[in-house]
Design a protein around this ligand. Structure first.
Ligand code: ZN
Length: 167
């Protein structure tokens, strides 16, 4: 049995604790509305994608998504139609974020099968079609349950940290 301790100095309060949404990095979606004919510089399928087109008594209007983001400024400056540019960021919904971030101490463990020694971070996990699962697969010989871990929980580590502070 190997005791895996949390590195006490690595424990940091998570400012986003409990949050269930994050924003994807990378390009934003730029959508816009345009009143009037499609201007020359917009080519459907090439530098933008038309999303809807309506023609009524008030005139023509369409909405689109920019493929070429460099056209955003041109659209904003365009006086031939009224243009609204929305920069939407891609929201990722996920489980509530933990109260703290932390790392574990580097801890060497030994495989009970092939006796290789390695850091516990190298352990792999595997599952089979019968629903079996192992989170301690040896990276060398691939034996399941190759060693036993006793992983410290955050609340245990916080108590340990508190005790150290008070001595
Ligand atoms: Zn092994």
């Amino acid at each position: 049995m190997y005791r895996i301790l949390i590195n006490l100095s690595s424990i940091k309060r998570n400012p986003n604790a409990g949050s269930t949404r994050s924003y994807a990095s990378g390009p934003v979606n730029i959508t816009f509305e345009y009143e009037g004919e499609v201007p020359d510089y917009l080519i459907d399928g090439e530098n933008f994608f038309m999303e809807s087109w309506t023609e009524g008594p008030e005139g023509k209007r369409f909405t689109g998504v920019l493929k070429d983001h460099s056209l955003q400024d041109k659209l904003i400056a365009d006086k031939n139609g009224s243009v609204t540019v929305n920069s939407e960021r891609n929201v990722i919904h996920h489980m509530p974020e933990p109260s703290h971030h932390f790392n574990y101490e580097d801890t060497n463990v030994q495989c009970g099968q092939c006796e290789a020694t390695f850091d516990f971070n190298k352990l792999e996990s595997d599952e089979n079609e019968l629903g079996g699962y192992s989170a301690t697969v040896c990276p060398e010989c691939e034996a399941w349950h190759c060693c036993e871990l006793d992983v410290e929980q955050l609340d245990e580590a916080l108590i340990r940290k508190e005790k150290i502070k008070n001595t």
